[in-house]
Design a binder for this molecule. Structure first.
Ligand code: OAD
Length: 448
């Protein structure tokens, strides 16, 4: 059954793994018999050395030495389980017309969105190579830009976040054609839930109702004191964010002042917010100088739990009823949102719309280009009218196939200079668009 050519567990380097034919056979076997029996069959019965088996699941055998046997087997086990549950492309859906048909046919659509749906408004995304927020941070010398959104880093020194957040706070009274498209799905009674990773709150402005919107990473709509949990409207801390100064809790400051006014004069100390001390409850006991808490916008930082409604909505309502998944403008690199396709029934079709293709999730149809252009074309093919000030009804879209991939399509405005009419030039959409205009580039830009 198994074509294993190597039987010793001694592997020198990552090139010493199984050959592609063996990998294919092993994976096919896993899908047929399930992870439990597969693990029994391969590790217990056939006694395939775990480091060797690991190469079939993308695990570098050298990890075996670093992790030790027990830990390595656990990592291998979870890789096997992930592979088993990973969604696979459905063969029946491939073209942009298939996508339009699905939109017309399905009435419980899940839309998962990311920063790419707001870039045409001038808000940077995070990971675009030259224009993303993280690339800017890298240029400023941050080697780990994601740390700006790390809760432990924030508690240690909130000033970094406050120095940089001005770039991403919402300052807009308009939304993109893609937001309008999602609202169109809602108006047509087809939108079941919009899971957005965005914190700009523009879905609300576009008219997507609260009962259909899950803000997976929270939003700037409110802010909370890290110390006393006092909640305020997000806009209350915007002046501090714009002035690049740490915002402190007014209630804490008020309390400290009141407390001081009751104390004998000699003991009085002006509360001087320290840059690096924030949420620790024992601050006061440590040095007797009361400190106000730092306000944190209620966006979900790395290291924080996603809002409860993300999990309840997904598991109690959506997982069993959704009939189409439309993922727009996200690199799908941040869990748990990136795992959502794997937890939905595998027969539910998945469409991906973004500038860059991805390989770590198997979508049925990938429509590459500026999402505003793609949704205009989808709406047109579905026979719907998408009205928006940035949509020019006279502009035609080109839809080109990509070599050797019958389900990947590049959608581009016909004969228009990129970024000329809708502000996309502000965030480098023109440059990114060049990246999707051919099959060679698709190979180059895929990161996983
Ligand atoms: P990313 O920046 O990771 O991905 C945005 C994707 O959208 C990129 O792949 C772009 O190529 C694509 N894109 C940009 N503009 C586009 C356009 N006009 N049309 C089509 N595609 C476009 O942003 P997210 O996936 O949203 O977390 O990032 C997920 C999370 O990572 C964010 O919520 C943020 C970040 O760390 C927090 O802030 C907590």
């Amino acid at each position: 059954m198994l074509l294993l050519t190597k039987s010793t567990g001694f592997i020198e380097g990552e090139d010493d793994g199984l050959d592609p034919k063996e990998v294919k056979q092993l994976r096919a076997r896993l899908l047929r018999i399930g992870p439990e029996q597969f693990i029994h069959e391969t590790l217990t019965v056939a006694k395939i050395p775990p480091p060797l088996l690991g190469t079939a699941f993308g695990i570098n055998p050298l990890f075996a030495q670093q992790l030790g046997e027990d830990m390595f087997v656990r990592v291998l086990g979870s890789a096997i389980v992930r592979t088993y549950y990973k969604r696979r492309k459905l063969p029946g859906y491939n073209t942009i017309d298939d996508a339009a048909e699905l939109l017309k046919k399905c009435s419980n659509i899940m839309v998962i969105t990311g920063a790419g749906i707001s870039t045409s408004l001038g808000i940077p995304d995070f990971r675009s190579k030259e224009t993303g927020f993280y690339s800017k941070l890298r240029d400023m010398g941050f080697s780990e830009p994601e740390e700006v959104f790390d809760i432990y880093s924030f508690d240690e020194d909130p000033s970094t976040f406050y120095e940089l957040a001005a770039d991403i706070i919402p300052d807009l009274k308009r939304y993109s054609p893609t937001h309008a498209f999602i609202r169109l799905l809602q108006n047509k009674g087809r939108l079941q839930t919009n899971y957005t990773q965005n914190i700009d709150n523009l879905e609300e402005l576009a008219g997507i109702t609260k009962d259909r919107l899950i803000q997976c990473h929270g939003s700037f709509a409110t802010a909370t004191c890290r110390k006393c949990k006092y909640k305020v409207k997000g806009t209350d801390i915007f002046p501090d964010i714009r002035a690049k100064r740490v915002s402190y809790c007014k209630r804490c400051i008020h309390r400290i002042k009141r407390q001081e006014s009751l104390e004998p004069k000699s003991k009085k100390r002006k509360p001087t917010p320290s840059r690096s001390r924030t949420s620790s409850d024992d601050d006061d006991e440590d040095d007797n100088i009361p400190q106000p808490g730092v306000m944190k916008p209620d966006i979900t930082f790395f290291g924080e739990q996603l809002p409860d409604d993300f999990f309840t909505r997904f598991t109690d309502q959506d997982v069993n009823t959704v009939d189409l998944v439309l993922v727009i403008g996200t690199s799908l690199k941040v869990a748990p949102v990136s795992d959502m396709p794997n937890y939905l029934p595998h027969h539910v079709p998945h469409i991906f719309v973004s500038r860059e293709p991805i390989q770590h999730v198997d979508f049925d149809i990938q429509l590459l280009g500026n999402c505003d252009d793609v949704v205009v074309e989808l709406a047109r093919r579905a026979g719907w009218s998408l009205k928006h000030e940035m949509v020019d009804d006279n502009v035609k879209m080109n839809v080109d196939g990509v070599e050797e991939a019958e389900h990947i399509w590049v959608v581009k405005k016909e004969g228009k200079v990129s970024g000329s009419s809708n502000g996309e030039g502000q965030n480098g959409a023109g440059a990114a668009r060049a990246d999707v205009s051919g099959s060679r580039n698709i190979e180059r830009t895929a990161e996983r």
